[in-house]
Write a protein of this length. Structure first.
Length: 246
């Protein structure tokens, strides 16, 4: 496993399973509401909303749920007053973890996140303790079954402004600066290339190889964090063998 792309694909597959349980629907709706409250209901000038709507589409969120979330953001419907928080900490084996949350009770959420870390071999750290290890990037993942021509896709991506192109076993990963998200997305749409992941993510500069017990604990930590209702995204810099990941 080479890092982010493998995890991006696993997040996508896990998201589909979560959608069946309804959990991802609630989280994405909350994300839409907060995005509208912060930047308005027009995704053209609101990147946060555009990304949330892209996520909603990828997870087959019903249109009525999306509209209800937008109305809450506009104040037309009653809803909780959520705020965004960012937590940083250390996982097993010295790995770095960043967690984006949306909460209406920061004290409760902080206590919960701290408990999850300690229960799964990690430690919640101070603000900034691991953030310097990550860079905000636009990330697109294209499955080879949707587009198999590596050379053509790489040239299209670079022409659109991508700064990295990685080849995985069954997919391609395109990364760029966040400002180039629209250009990459437009390029894929114009060439009828479907992406399984299209997001602005925190990508680690380097990864930490985890094996054995540390690897198992890390995966349990990530799963426990993602299962928390207030947690929107989890980013980490681990490198775990593909067999164990699967």
């Amino acid at each position: 496993m080479s890092g982010h792309s493998k995890w991006a694909n696993i997040k996508h597959k896990k998201g589909k399973m979560d959608a069946v349980r309804g959990k991802i629907t609630t989280k994405i709706a909350r994300e839409i509401t907060v995005a509208v409250r912060m930047g308005g209901s027009d995704p053209t000038g609101n990147m946060k909303l555009k990304l949330a709507l892209t996520k909603a589409k990828a997870n087959n969120i019903p249109k009525e749920n999306i509209q209800r979330a937008i109305q809450k953001g506009l104040g037309a419907l009653e809803g909780s007053n959520y705020e965004e928080m960012l937590y940083e900490g250390y996982g097993p084996g010295g790995s770095a973890v960043m967690i984006e949350v949306m909460t209406d009770n920061r004290n409760r959420t902080a206590a919960d996140v701290r408990h999850i870390f300690s229960k799964n071999g990690g430690n919640l750290g101070e603000t900034g303790c691991v953030g310097w290890m990550f860079k905000k990037k636009s990330v697109f993942v294209v499955e080879k079954e949707n587009f198999a021509n590596e050379e053509e896709l790489m040239m299209l991506a670079l022409e659109a402004g991508a700064d990295d192109f990685q080849v995985e076993e069954d997919s391609f990963e395109i990364t760029s600066e966040p400002e180039v998200f629209d250009e990459i997305e437009k390029m894929l749409e114009e060439n009828n290339i479907e992406s399984s992941v299209a997001e602005i993510s925190m990508v680690p500069d380097t990864t930490v190889k985890l094996e054995g017990t540390d690897a198992t604990k890390m995966l349990k930590l990530i799963e426990a964090l993602e299962d928390h209702d207030d947690v929107q995204e989890v980013y980490a810099n681990y490198d775990i063998d593909e067999d164990l990941m699967d």
